[in-house]
Design a binder for this molecule. Structure first.
Ligand code: BT5
Length: 241
């Protein structure tokens, strides 16, 4: 395992992207805290507790064909790792990992592109491993941490090792086959299938019925007029109605 471990940096993802030319494939970048930890649309990721995991996988596959689904792959891996702690987690499309409706991990993949070519990926994940009830309540959405479900302090190194091993166990096969390789497992853990949900895209909000997932990991929904639509990952945010 190749790890670059920092005390405090702006963001493990941003650091990885800045240094992409000098970091080898499959290197992990970690930090005890981040000053600019972020999620999609530059939303803030609460990153000030050194007991939690702030991690970026630097990935430089020979083929980027399935890179867009790596976040979903990692969400499935997280569910497996949590299962190894006897904790049952689910996925809120497209890649939030939740326990009993509360978010424990967020995943974000970013890339450095130069001259029209991808130089590498920063696949980042933040996992709440050890937090108090008071601390999780300060987060602006329902959130949780692993210790609150196991009843014991999570050993961070052990968690990281399980995550790393599980991630690379099926990584090559995933890169070759893409989302269809994990589709059934992803679907089996997906929240709200067959239910009405609210999707939002910027300021626009819409209530839809969540029908299924395509072979590419997109969401198939039916809107209020009965029209079937396919929603892609990037600009969709969900809230249960
Ligand atoms: C995500 O974005 O969930 C992806 C977060 C990725 C964070 C990792 S940490 C290592 C690497 N370095 C980075 O800078 N980023 C990655 P999104 O789907 O946009 O969700 C963001 C929302 O999650 C926020 O707006 C909050 O509502 C909520 N949130 C923030 N911090 C949280 C936390 N610690 N636990 C649970 N929810 C949180």
């Amino acid at each position: 395992m190749k790890i670059l471990a920092f005390e405090t940096i702006d963001s493990t993802n941003t650091w990885a992207l800045r240094n992409i030319d000098n970091v080898e494939d499959k290197t992990l970048v970690t930090a005890f805290s981040q000053t600019c930890g972020h999620g999609r649309f530059r939303r803030k990721w609460v990153s000030d507790n050194p007991e939690n995991l702030y991690l970026t996988f630097v990935l430089k596959p020979s083929d980027y064909a399935h890179a867009a689904n790596l976040t979903q792959y990692l969400s499935v891996i997280m569910v497996r790792v949590l299962k190894s702690y006897n904790v049952c987690a689910n996925i809120k499309w497209s890649n939030d990992v939740r326990i009993q409706g509360k978010k424990i991990a967020g995943i974000l993949c970013e890339s450095t592109v130069r001259g029209g070519k991808i130089k590498g990926l920063a696949l980042g994940i933040g996992v709440n491993l050890n937090m108090s009830e008071t601390e999780v309540k300060k987060i602006d959405i329902p959130a949780t941490a692993l210790n609150l479900h196991t009843g014991i302090t999570t050993a961070k190194d052990e968690f990281l090792k399980r995550l790393y091993d599980e991630f690379f166990e099926d990584y090559d096969e995933f890169l070759e086959k893409g989302f269809s390789y994990i589709k059934e497992e992803y679907r089996a853990n997906l929240e709200y299938l067959g239910e009405n949900v609210q999707v939002s895209n910027g300021a626009e909000k819409e209530e839809v019925l969540m029908l299924d997932i395509t072979d590419e990991g997109e969401l198939i929904v039916k809107d209020k007029n009965g029209t079937q639509k396919i929603l892609r990952t990037a600009d969709i945010n969900f809230n249960p109605v």
